[in-house]
Design a protein around this ligand. Structure first.
Ligand SMILES: C=C(O[C@@H]1C=C(C(=O)O)C=C[C@H]1O)C(=O)O
Ligand SMILES: NC(=O)CC[C@H](N)C(=O)O
Length: 857
């Protein structure tokens, strides 16, 4: 009997990550195309660069590299001329002969290779971010020698996406046109070791000096180093290009074999897996297990709402009854509210694919458990009772986050303990569970960006209520589900019955409706709005036109320098006006007294602002939220992330917007304007970024793009969208279970609000926006149901206010405190933007939300 040979271990590839927003797409491509395991080290890996008491850096690097068949040096912001931008990468090219191993440099990694062997890196005449070009390569067919095509051998014609504003210069512009056809495949005298393999020749037009020769692929003459300037992993790089990667790895392995180089199998490695471990798998067993077993008496919240069951009652949605009518029929006494409103569901204007289907109304928030977290704290606060505090008998406890790793570990563990299986009969996407908001600043801290100053407030950045009483409206089946999560032993759901009666017998539901072809009836909330000037005492400060245009130009300078590929610049408008509604009844009483003695009329309440915004700008992700000291009135059209209970995730970034006008009325006209390289590039960059975010959790082979660059129609604009889908890895063990929260935590802040690469772009924007917090704007709002389903939108086209931000009234009326509303607006700046165009786009987006201050309530 012959002993079975142990299976050959899969080769490992080390990916050096230069903080790009496309890195995970490359690791996924390598994993999918080659039979390899990919591991990742950041270019500034502290474990390699500075562990105390270890042998020196060169030895550590040598030992780490010994585990891999090859290295891929990734793309990233900045320039190889700046050591910090390439970090470890520059050491790879300098390895001594016995330590050398095969390497592929991509984009920044490619530029670093060229710069390390005699070439220069300089700016392109104009950056080519998101541009798709045919890669001119020598596939070997034109030559007899073996070296003809190298890694392009046998590869057909293909187009690839470019994301760069710098380029490798080996003196190509100095070659006379007559010699170019031959000379372009030979090393230049100044860079004898750099063999060109591919080019793009970009016609810049006469005014810019004719054709720019852009180096796209190289190999080192004697060492096993290759480089590609284009992005092989982009969704718009054609599949034929995959062969280049396959060829490279074949060459790499042949090189290893010829040298007898065998990668070490044993011993620890410093690099991490290409995908993130799940939030639940990182919790110590004690925390992840059912809290009922470990509940200590002082953690009063731990067993609350655990083991609940779902009960519901369904009543018809009368013709013409809208979400605000239902809310008003329930009574308006609640000081906190969460209403997610598919405000355009019944709107004949909207095309079917941009209509929302469900609306969700949370009720009874005063008795709902709440998780609040202020970014940077090492604890979360668990609250019961609203911000009324002690007077309402509220309970509050600070829970240390150390055992959970981060706030996301805590949220995941809290949810997991309360999850229930999907009920077959449930016709609602949300049975109960988390509802709330997350700020932009929380997203920043999730990617390692912290404020450079004292924030001067302690507002929640994550504010999630655990909702057990809710109403879901299905605008397609025209049904209202009144639902409650409650202990199994309580078999009468009194609240459900009472609520059903309240609705059915409310005057809002009793009106006799006339049938209208658009599904609307002339109800109060949809009547044409009278417009008047903003109420007296209201001051509005909008962004300064010139200053905004200057900032657009500064963004473009960062882009030309290679620091960013696209920057979503925004600014804030501030509206100050007399206080309209109040967080608690005591204050409400006081201010009524104050108002009586004041000369100013009461301005429309936040609820009136919401009703007027949802009517003016019906959007699929409208919301009205009063929670944790914030009030949000939103008409967001943009889905951030949706996931279902089978682990299917869907993201829908928007980018490329044109205002409706006399010239742009139809979808066809908008398509003509938006299907141009500038707009498509703007969208494509975010699509690749979103794929990267999804890949970090879903892994290779689990991310697809079913709809690319589709123009959709909204109330006042046309916008280009793309749908990116991912599938969560199946749970091998309970402990390794992934949920939608993993994707949410890995994808904030929304890429469509940052630009790419995300981290460097956010740092630049923080400087340009002068550290002013975006707060709720650019964050997300949504829910995560007990069954694991979730839906989150990007908070844009919205206004918000914090209860604790009040200023002295105009005219020095000290008695009159004023509330402050803020509206953020902006757009993506690329190298092809114009300052005027961007300024106009920002003001277009601002106009809708701003107008509600002039509407009568
Ligand atoms: C920045 C905003 O919107 C974002 C930018 C868009 C764009 O640049 O076309 C489109 C939708 C949003 O992702 C905003 O509404 O303020
Ligand atoms: N995608 C990249 O790696 C870009 C490299 C470099 N920052 C440039 O702009 O040219």
């Amino acid at each position: 009997m012959t002993a079975r040979r142990p299976p050959r271990p899969r080769p490992r590839i080390l990916f050096l990550d230069a903080y790009d927003s496309f890195s995970n797409n490359i690791t996924a491509l390598l994993t999918a195309l080659l039979d390899v395991d990919v591991f990742v080290l950041p270019i500034d890996s502290p474990s390699l660069l500075c562990p105390a008491g270890e042998p020196d850096f060169a030895e550590r690097l040598r030992r780490e590299l010994g585990h891999y068949a090859a290295v891929v040096c990734g793309p990233g912001p900045g320039s190889p001329d700046n050591d910090a931008d390439v970090g470890l990468v520059k050491h790879i090219w300098r390895l001594c002969d016995e330590d050398v191993l095969p390497v592929l440099g991509i984009c920044l990694g490619f530029q670093s290779l060229v710069a390390s062997f005699g070439g220069r890196v300089r700016r392109l005449r104009r950056g080519l971010h998101g541009m798709v070009r045919e890669i001119g390569h020598r596939d070997g067919s034109e030559t007899d020698d073996d070296e003809g095509g190298d890694i392009f051998q046998g590869v057909g014609r293909f187009k690839a996406t470019l994301y760069h504003s710098l380029c490798g210069d080996i003196g190509q512009q100095d070659v006379p046109e007559a010699e170019w056809a031959e000379a372009r495949w030979r090393p230049s005298p100044s860079c004898p070791d750099v063999v060109p393999l591919a080019w793009v020749e970009e016609d810049r037009g006469d005014d810019e000096g004719g054709v720019e020769r852009i180096l796209m692929g190289v190999k080192h003459r004697t060492r096993p180093f290759w480089g590609l300037q284009y992005h092989p992993e982009s969704v718009c790089t054609e599949e034929e290009g995959n062969q280049v990667i396959v060829n490279w790895f074949r060459e790499a392995q042949q090189w290893n074999e010829a040298r007898g180089r065998v990668a070490a199998v044993d011993g620890d490695i410093l690099a991490r897996n290409a995908t993130k471990p799940s939030l639940l798998s990182q919790l110590p067993g004690m925390v992840a297990s059912a809290p009922g077993q470990t509940a200590s008496s002082d953690r009063w919240w731990e067993s609350m709402d655990v083991g609940n069951v779902y009960r519901s009652m369904t009543i018809p949605l009368p013709q013409g009854v809208q979400v605000p009518d239902i809310v008003e029929a329930m009574g308006c006494e609640e000081s906190e509210r969460i209403i997610l409103d598919s405000a355009n569901a019944a709107n004949a204007m909207a095309r079917a694919d941009v209509r929302g289907r469900y609306s969700i109304i949370a009720t009874g928030l005063e008795s709902a458990l709440r998780i609040e977290y202020h970014t940077g704290d090492d604890y979360a606060t668990l609250k019961l009772g609203s911000i009324r505090g002690e007077s309402a008998g509220g309970l509050s406890q600070q829970v240390p986050l150390a055992p959970y790793g981060t706030i996301w570990g805590f949220v995941a563990s809290f949810h997991e303990a309360r999850q229930i299986e999907t009920t077959e009969s449930a016709q609602s996407p949300f049975l109960g569970g988390f509802m709330g908001y997350i700020t932009y600043e929380q997203g920043l801290s999730d990617i390692g960006i912290f404020p450079d100053h004292d924030r001067q407030h302690h507002r929640p950045d994550v504010c999630l209520a655990w909702v057990t009483k809710s109403i879901t409206v299905d605008h397609v089946t025209k049904l209202i589900h009144i639902q409650q999560l409650l202990p199994q032993e309580l078999d009468v759901a009194l609240w459900i019955e009472k609520t059903a009666d309240k609705l059915i017998f409310s005057p809002n539901f009793q009106t006799v409706f006339h049938h209208h072809s658009d599904g609307f009836s002339p109800r109060k909330s949809t009547q044409p709005l009278k417009t008047r000037r903003p109420s007296r005492g209201t001051t509005t400060i909008t962004p300064m036109t010139k200053e905004y245009e200057t900032k657009v130009s500064i963004c473009q300078e960062f882009i030309a320098a290679g620091d960013s590929y696209e920057l979503c610049l925004t600014d804030q408008t501030k509206i100050t006006r007399p206080i309209s509604d109040h967080p608690n009844s005591a204050e409400r009483h006081l201010s009524r007294k104050r108002r009586r003695s004041s000369s100013l009329p009461a301005p429309p309440s936040s609820w009136s602002l919401f009703k007027s915004l949802r009517t003016r700008q019906p959007a699929p992700f409208a919301s009205y939220i009063r929670l944790g000291g914030a009030t949000l009135v939103s008409a967001s059209p943009e889905r951030f992330l949706q996931y279902d209970d089978t682990g299917r995730c869907s993201m829908k970034p928007m980018k490329g917007t044109v205002r409706k006008s006399e010239e742009v009325v139809t979808l066809a006209q908008a398509e003509k304007i938006l299907h141009i390289p500038k707009e498509e590039a703007e969208n494509l960059m975010i699509v690749d970024l979103v794929r990267h975010d999804l890949h970090s959790i879903c892994g290779a082979g689990n991310v697809t793009v079913p709809h690319l660059l589709v123009v959709e129609e909204y109330q006042s604009v046309f916008t280009m969208i793309t749908v990116v889908e991912g599938q969560l890895p199946a749970p091998e063990q309970k402990k390794e279970k992934y949920t939608g929260l993993d994707v949410l935590a890995a994808s904030l802040p929304p890429g469509s609000m940052t630009g790419a690469p995300k981290k460097r772009s956010c740092e630049i924007l923080q400087q340009l926006e002068r550290g002013q917090e975006r707060s709720l704007y650019s964050g997300v709002v949504g829910y995560m149901c007990v069954t694991g389903r979730g839906d989150w939108s990007v908070t844009i086209r919205s206004l918000f206010r914090w209860d604790d931000e009040q200023v002295a009234g105009a005219g020095g009326d000290e008695g009159e405190r004023q509330e402050v509303w803020r509206i953020g607006a902006g757009g993506a700046v690329t190298i092809l933007s114009t300052p005027e165009g961007e300024r106009e786009e920002m003001f277009t987006k601002l106009a809708g939300p701003l107008r509600v201050f002039a509407d009568s309530g």
